[in-house]
Design a protein around this ligand. Structure first.
Ligand code: RIB
Length: 301
């Protein structure tokens, strides 16, 4: 599958998802509606999104030597993802995300656990995998130094990188210089640019690398240096968890397929929309065929 090799370097979590009508205030207890354990983690979600769309995906990350870890690696393998480079860390728990879903919106607390063991040294050992990739996809749920190391190696070998800066934190200018695309949501974009201490010229340069996801308001991109808005696709949202991850996996796949940035984002927009129609980050992620079927129905309606 030449040209479609995506390496995702990032987090693998078990999502502990509680659906509730009422979100408790501090000190309050409420009764929820349902509870599910669902595979998640921004890295793993993006890997699954790309694999379902037909990309040749390798996941680099870490889980603990516990039952969640075992389940998650098995799950990723079943999705057709190469899991040989996932470390099993002894005496450490697998990352978890405690998620509250209410009226299709969510709040999340991530406890990184084994994800924190994806060190720069671990990344260095994966140089060969990085060289043979068409795109490297990263997020910020592993240590920042490791993200920087991965982007350095990718840059050294001329491999394109997409950084989804989530959860947002202050990023060094050197990293922003090196990455090819940044995919913040609106909130992350504001915080990211507020935290950069740079000249107007530098900020402009970094802004032009951004693909900003805006939920129901669509996506903002720069094409040939000009701002462009791509409208959202209207669907009945059940759970928006992982919508950004579906979008990122889809953008990476579409860019590998040779689509330009606008075409890639239009395609990813559809993928993101379909993904929110089911509970759980990965549950609603579509295959290429499902995207085509969705587009057929949309065209004729
Ligand atoms: O982006 C959604 C993901 O964020 C969840 O799957 C959760 O694990 C957290 O990492």
């Amino acid at each position: 599958m030449a040209g479609r090799k995506i390496t995702v370097i990032g987090s693998i979590n078990m999502d502990l998802v509680t659906s509730t009508t009422q979100i408790p205030k501090v000190g309050e207890t409420v009764l929820g509606n349902s509870f599910h354990t669902i595979p998640g983690g921004k890295g793993a979600n993006q890997a699954v999104a790309a694999a379902r769309l037909g990309a040749d995906v390798t996941m680099i990350g870490a889980v603990g030597n516990d039952s969640f870890g075992e389940t998650l690696v098995e799950h990723l393998t079943n999705q057709g993802i190469n899991t040989e480079n996932i470390m099993i860390v002894k005496d450490t728990s697998t990352g978890i995300a405690s998620i509250i879903v209410s009226e299709a919106d969510n709040s999340i607390i991530v406890v990184p656990g084994a994800n924190n063991h994806v060190s720069p040294e671990v990344i260095e050992k994966q140089e060969d995998k990085i060289i043979h990739s068409d795109i490297i996809l990263l997020q910020l749920e592993i240590p920042l130094e490791s993200v920087i190391k991965a982007v350095e190696l990718a840059k050294k070998h001329g491999v394109r990188t997409i950084l989804n800066p989530a959860p947002i934190q202050k990023l060094p200018k050197e990293l922003l210089e090196m990455v090819d695309y940044l995919t913040p949501n609106e909130h992350e974009q504001t915080l990211l640019f507020d935290s950069i201490d740079g000249s107007q010229q530098e900020l402009e340069k970094f802004k032009k690398k951004c693909i900003v996801t805006k939920g129901s308001k669509g996506v903002m991109i720069y094409k040939n240096g000009e701002k462009m808005e791509i409208p959202s696709i209207q669907v009945e949202a059940v759970d928006t968890t992982g919508a950004g991850d579906s979008f990122n996996g889809a953008v990476a796949t579409a860019l590998c397929d040779g689509l330009d940035i606008e075409e890639a984002c239009r395609f990813a927009n559809v993928v993101g929309a379909i993904s929110v129609t089911k509970l759980g980050a990965q549950t609603g992620m579509p295959t290429k065929k499902e995207v085509e079927e969705f587009l057929q129905v949309h065209k004729s309606s």
